[in-house]
Each structure stands twice: as structure tokens, then as C-alpha cells.
Design a protein around this ligand. Structure first.
Ligand code: 4NP
Length: 154
């Protein structure tokens, strides 16, 4: 059966779209069948494509995330997805508060899946310089590979 995974950040225009794109790319050639999506806890950017700097760094690495559109996380996600992965600890705390009791999704912190990076946040690059997006791309590709190995193939 296909496994499903939802990445969640604040705006759904920088980090979680990059995580979605990186995992799509990592899973493309493998045997795993995955449903992958992303969302934000905030509603500011609903319906918008990813930030241009996020689109550019993904494209520079061979991944086109331009067709994604931001949406806000909703209660149904906690039953629709097997895994909901928060890009930072603040988002994880918000998700824990939003999670309906008895829902089935397993919540985790993105970098908890990467050996040696446990407990760390994927830094929000939105207000920073372009270089921050390269760091985000590095983080999300490491996490995507680790998730593919640890969650999906387990
Ligand atoms: P993201 O970055 O959570 O990685 O998508 C942000 C994008 C927009 C805002 C905050 C974070 N914002 O406040 O508009």
C-alpha cells in the first residue's frame, strides 16, 4: 500500500515545498510508492506558488516545484496521511495542538530523521539571503534520503 507523507512549515512557500520536491525526486527512481504533499500552519500564502528563491534552488538541482500551490494544514490531514513531518519545533508544537484526538498520523520533526541532526530546526530562509535557500536545499535532500530509507522502506 502507498505510504503518505505531509511536510508542514509556516507559510508553505519555502521549506515544506522544497522537502516535497526533494522527496518526490528521491522517490522517483525507487520502488517506493509514495503520496507526498506539503502544507503550512499559516494562511498568508494560500494558493500561491513557492517563493521564487525556493523554485530557483530546486530547479538548479534538477527539480521543478513550480506547479505546487500553498495550502493550510487541516484536521482531515491527520487521518489522511501516515506521516506528518514538521520542518521546525515551533511548527511541530502547533501540529500537536491541532491534532484531533484519536487521529492516526504519526508526527515527527524533519531533522530527527537525519543522524546527528536530531532536535534541529530546518532554518526558515524566508527573511534571509539567497544562500539560506541553498542550506535549506541541503537539509531537505538529506532528510528526504533518510525518510526514504527509514520510514518508507521499513
Ligand atoms: P516557510 O517560510 O514556512 O518555509 O514557507 C515562510 C514563508 C512566509 C512566511 C513565513 C515563513 N510569512 O510570514 O509570510
Amino acid at each position: 500500500m502507498a505510504q503518505s507523507i505531509l511536510f508542514v512549515c509556516l507559510g508553505n512557500i519555502c521549506r515544506s515545498p522544497l522537502a516535497e520536491g526533494a522527496l518526490q525526486a528521491a522517490a522517483r527512481d525507487g520502488e517506493a510508492t509514495l503520496e507526498i504533499d506539503s502544507a503550512g500552519t499559516g494562511s498568508w500564502h494560500v494558493g500561491h506558488p513557492p517563493d521564487g528563491r525556493a523554485r530557483a534552488v530546486a530547479l538548479a538541482n534538477g527539480v521543478d516545484i513550480g506547479a505546487q500551490r500553498a495550502r493550510q494544514v487541516r484536521a482531515a490531514d491527520f487521518d489522511m496521511f501516515d506521516h506528518i513531518v514538521a520542518m521546525d519545533r515551533s511548527v511541530l508544537n502547533d501540529l500537536k495542538a491541532l491534532q484531533p484526538s484519536g487521529s492516526s498520523a504519526r508526527l515527527s520533526l524533519f531533522l530527527d530523521h537525519v543522524a546527528g541532526r536530531e532536535g534541529e530546526d530546518v532554518t526558515d530562509p524566508y527573511y534571509g539571503e539567497d544562500e539560506g535557500f541553498a542550506t535549506t536545499w541541503d537539509d531537505v535532500t538529506k532528510g528526504a534520503e533518510a525518510l526514504l530509507a527509514a520510514i518508507i522502506r521499513s
